[in-house]
Design a protein around this ligand. Structure first.
Ligand code: SAM
Length: 279
């Protein structure tokens, strides 16, 4: 019987963020393929796991994939882990998983931590549609070209970014995407965890200093520029008021409630309602 390849998520900072099943599988497999064996040994030692490890990283993945596929074919159970979070998500793993799948070998994912999902759910930005774009190019010209391609996408944009590049990325993002709500999720699950919310221009200013831009960072950007968002709200106010009226509120109370929901004063809401009806 061929072995199984387990893709095992490990913590992104807090060692408690690992599942019971992940620990059991890491204990039971014959070998663990690690991005950095020294790094993973710390995790294994913490949980008293003594399984044999081997390296699997960007520089040896081609040869190591061949060896691990042979091992799997001859019945060895293999787990793959990266230094943090989910393997294959901006980390090694893709080649081995892809080729194992193509050869008909069993691949089992053990879900767990990944920085992009932790950042998204803590951000307060829409979660119904999102696009994970990994790391943006390091050079400004290429980065701006990539951002331009993403400009029309109707989804929350999620990027991984290095601390020494975040200020330049925020500046480029503001220039290319316009003023949008954005979030910096920094050092998630660690002692200095921070969720910084603001407009792109505000965050660019806040994270311009090296002091602020430390540690590991996820950048999230809302799908529409702020002006467009307001325009959509303007169009929607009559609908909102009508909805509240249908629920039994009188016109005055419905307008008051709609204004509160949209963050407008009652006068502003009234003026927008009139303007909208005049259109
Ligand atoms: N495989 C990982 C995952 O599932 O999230 C991602 C590995 S990628 C090489 C490393 C990048 O992920 C960092 O530069 C940062 O953008 C993001 N990241 C990882 N851990 C993080 C954390 N604790 N807080 C914020 N971002 C993190």
């Amino acid at each position: 019987m061929p072995g199984t390849l387990y893709v095992v998520a490990t913590p992104i900072g807090n060692l408690e963020d690992i599942t019971h099943r992940a620990l059991r599988v890491l204990r039971e497999v014959d070998i663990i393929a690690c991005e950095d064996t020294r790094h993973t040994r710390k995790l294994l030692n913490h949980y008293g796991i003594k399984t044999k490890v081997t390296s699997y990283h960007d520089h040896n993945e081609r040869e190591r994939t061949v060896e691990l596929l042979q091992a799997l074919a001859s019945g060895t159970n293999v787990a793959i882990v990266s230094d943090a979070g989910t393997p294959s998500i901006s980390d090694p793993g893709f080649r081995l998983v892809s080729e194992a799948g193509a050869q008909g070998l069993a691949v089992v994912a053990l879900p767990g931590a990944t920085a992009l999902i932790a950042a998204l759910v803590a951000s307060g930005l829409p979660t119904d549609e999102f696009f994970f774009a990994g790391f943006l190019p390091a050079r400004s010209g290429e980065r701006r070209a990539r951002l331009t391609k993403l400009r029309e996408l109707p989804a929350t944009l999620i990027f991984y970014e290095a601390p020494h590049r975040i200020a330049a990325t925020l500046k480029d993002a503001h220039e290319i995407l316009g003023e949008r709500r954005a979030v910096i999720a920094r050092e998630l699950t660690k002692m200095h965890e921070e969720i910084a919310r603001g407009r792109l221009s505000e965050l660019a200013e806040r994270f311009a200093s090296d002091e602020r831009a430390r540690g590991e960072i996820v950048l999230l950007i809302d799908r529409t520029p702020i002006e467009m968002e307001n325009a959509a709200e303007v169009r929607n106010i009559a609908k909102l008021v009508a909805g509240f009226e249908a629920e039994g509120l009188d016109h005055r109370a419905a307008l008051k409630k709609a204004a509160r929901e949209l963050g407008l004063t009652r006068d502003e809401a009234y003026r927008r309602l009139i303007a909208e009806r005049g259109n």
